[in-house]
Every structure is written in structure tokens, then in C-alpha cells.
Design a protein around this ligand. Structure first.
Ligand code: SF4
Length: 191
């Protein structure tokens, strides 16, 4: 079996942490598994759990709008989360749940081989960039992790709650576009 499909199937059957007991669907990811860019959020919400797809509903619509500013869409990126099952009542995923699940994400990253990773919000940034990453102060900055440039921007849900953060996020998106240019990433699918 293809390694991507095998990983997806393993994840679909996962019972490694307690979130398996309350999920409707495992939310593996969406987009182009050959993309040069990955967007990583924290975990599925209610609508994502019901549909089995990350970033649907208002936050997903805003993410689509944000990506379109830099000529990206879901056919040109891969979108996943730190945990693949919904934390009840949309609470933050606990450390032990993240630790149980993040290996799936690392394996996804290993197969996609992105040239650039964008963390969406604090949870993804503290897990993938640095445990003490401060999203309010450090969004839009760049770190090289395992040879891959990483940045973090506000989570779309945070931007829905607080529109005053949107101008900063616009600047961060322009920084991502600039980094794409530096890395020779055009907003097209890998062939
Ligand atoms: S959150 Fe991750 S580790 Fe926990 S049951 Fe779901 S897929 Fe498995």
C-alpha cells in the first residue's frame, strides 16, 4: 500500500489517546500531499469533527480568504492539525494528547516534504517551533526547524474573535509570500 494511504488508515483506526472516545471522525488533513507549503492548526472543532475535514465553517472560510491573498488555495497547500480528533467542547488539546498524536503529523511532514511550514496559532507554534513561543510577540518571525523555514500567524478563529489582529496578519501573509519567492516556490502544485 502507498505510504500515505497506509498512514491515513493507521490514523483513522487510532486509539492512542482518550480523544478517540468522543470523536465522530478522525480529521487527517486536506489538500495536496505534494504541496510545497503546509498550514498546521491545533485540532478539529465541532464542524471539522462532523465532516472529517480541517478548517471548515467560518474559520475555514477565513483561512481560504487569507490564503487567496497570497494566491494559494487548498489545491496548492496541505492543511493538518497537531491532534487529529476533536477535543471536547473545543478545549485546547492537552500535552499528553499532543504527544500521542504529533507523530502522525511528523510523518505527514516527512512524506509531503514541504519547503515551508505555517503554524496557525499558539498551540501549533509552541509544539512545532519552540515551547515558549509567544504568538502575540513573535507571529510573522521565521525559524529554521529541521531544515524547513517555519513561521506562525494568528489562528483564523482568533481573527474572527478579534478583528484588530487582522492588519498584522496581512503583513505576516506578505512575509510568507516573500519567503515563497526567496525559496522559488510559485503558487502552483508540485508536478
Ligand atoms: S487525537 Fe491522535 S492520538 Fe488521539 S486518538 Fe485521535 S488520532 Fe489517535
Amino acid at each position: 500500500m502507498h505510504r500515505w494511504e497506509a498512514l491515513q488508515q493507521e490514523c483513522q483506526n487510532c486509539t492512542r489517546c482518550g480523544l478517540c472516545q468522543t470523536r465522530t471522525n478522525v480529521v487527517f488533513g486536506v489538500g495536496n500531499p505534494k504541496a510545497d507549503i503546509m498550514f498546521i492548526g491545533e485540532g478539529p472543532g465541532e464542524q471539522e469533527d462532523l465532516k472529517g475535514e480541517p478548517f471548515v465553517g467560518p474559520a475555514g472560510k477565513l483561512l481560504d480568504d487569507m490564503m487567496s491573498i497570497i494566491d494559494l488555495d487548498r489545491t496548492k497547500v496541505y492543511i493538518a492539525n497537531i491532534v487529529k480528533c476533536r477535543p471536547p467542547r473545543n478545549r485546547d488539546p492537552q500535552q499528553e494528547e499532543q504527544e500521542a498524536c504529533v507523530d502522525y503529523l511528523y510523518r505527514q511532514i516527512g512524506l509531503v516534504q514541504p519547503k515551508l511550514i505555517v503554524c496557525l496559532g499558539r498551540i501549533a507554534a509552541t509544539r512545532l517551533i519552540r515551547p515558549d513561543f509567544r504568538i502575540t510577540r513573535e507571529h510573522g518571525t521565521w525559524s529554521q526547524i529541521n531544515g524547513i523555514p517555519h513561521t506562525a500567524i494568528y489562528h483564523p478563529s482568533a481573527l474572527l474573535r478579534d478583528v484588530s489582529k487582522r492588519p498584522e496578519t496581512f503583513d505576516d501573509l506578505l512575509s510568507i509570500r516573500e519567503k515563497m519567492k526567496q525559496l522559488g516556490i510559485c503558487a502552483n502544485e508540485k508536478t
